[in-house]
Write a protein that binds this ligand. Sequence first.
Ligand SMILES: [Zn+2]
Length: 152
Amino acid sequence: MTDWIEQTEDMVYKGRIKVPYTWWVGETGSHFFTTLRDEKKLLGTYCAKCDMVFIPPRKNCGRCFNQDLTWKEVADEGTLVTYTVPAYEADIHPIKPPFAYGIIKLDGADTGLTHIVTGFGDGQLKAGLRVKAVFKEDRDGHILDIRHFQPV
Ligand SMILES: [Zn+2]
């Protein structure tokens, strides 16, 4: 009965599902995004027990589980920790190459923020590169209110 299965070529098709959805970013995320939108400021949360500033902000400290974190503004400039460069253009990328996805340790933060890095020259992109946020003029409370980071 199952011999036809063994003789059948496996067929695999690619598909694409587009599912519109909304989700609540939480109290912490809402405060972060409205401050980014309205004041063009980047807020992290500070754990006094660990002496660490987290950005993106966290409601609770993931290291010591402290629930009493306070807000702390961090700079819109920092150091590129690591990056990857998309090799091709695709709908999933927010912009067309050339650009990099980077993890940026903003001055005043102890964790990295993942974002787009662009505007770099040949051979310029490397860990340790100083970068600065470029904000959109019309912000709407989204991480892409920071258009990208670019070399200082
Ligand atoms: Zn902590």
